[in-house]
Ligand binder design. Structure first.
Ligand code: ZN
Length: 210
């Protein structure tokens, strides 16, 4: 990773760094947006590195092709620290897929990279299947210079969808199920807030006067 000294000369470097978060439900097109932005950087002959969490086996992963057709496959990392260690000095854009899988350390890693002059672009589910904030995403959204929130189409009614519906054997999964199920028989669909179903969900806050 590049080092920022306290020399005034490096202030020019500091001003180029940024953090962009592309959030939304499943099937909202977050990865497509990440690929689009990465491709633009490659056209500008900037160097892009792509990362994903080692837990991320559900998605097939992102592949960005540069102008000479060389694919950039996402490198799997488990922690923010590991990610930092793998960022090359000559890299301009650090793309991170499925940021919600990381722990809080990813926030520090993104901040460190953006402060050092890297353009960091991360995708992530802002809400888990219950509709609750997912892992480090609230902090990443707060720290971001730019937030892009994409919506999918509700599989039930066709309206804009902001939630990820988890289904187990075709039925809505209860709120008591673990947030991340690795290798379980489950499926997901995008749903709007009206069609989103979470059995056994206990809301933390009620409506005023209710
Ligand atoms: Zn709906």
């Amino acid at each position: 990773m590049r080092r920022v000294t306290e020399s005034p000369v490096d202030l020019a470097v500091l001003t180029t760094g940024s953090l962009t978060i592309i959030a939304g439900s499943m099937y909202a097109g977050k990865t497509e947006e990440l690929i689009r932005r990465s491709r633009r950087a490659l056209y500008a002959r900037r160097k892009v590195q792509v990362f994903k969490h080692a837990l991320d086996t559900r998605s097939e992963g992102m592949e960005v092709r540069s102008h000479n057709g060389v694919p950039h496959e996402a490198a799997a990392v488990s922690t923010g620290e590991e990610l930092l260690a793998k960022v090359a000095e000559e890299t301009d854009v650090v793309a991170i897929e499925e940021a919600q899988f990381f722990d809080g350390q990813i926030v520090e890693a993104c901040r460190t990279l953006a402060d050092a002059g890297y353009e960091v672009i991360a995708t992530g589910l802002d809400m888990d299947f219950r509709g609750a904030p997912f892992g480090p995403m609230p902090k990443l959204l707060a720290e971001a210079d730019e937030v892009v929130k994409l919506r999918a189409i509700c599989a039930r009614c066709g309206r804009d969808a902001s939630r990820s519906q988890r289904l187990i054997d075709g039925r809505p999964a209860p709120a008591t199920a673990p947030t991340i199920l690795v290798g379980a028989e489950e499926s997901y669909e995008a749903r709007c807030r009206h069609c989103h179903e979470v059995p056994e969900h206990v809301f933390q806050y009620g409506l005023p006067g209710v």
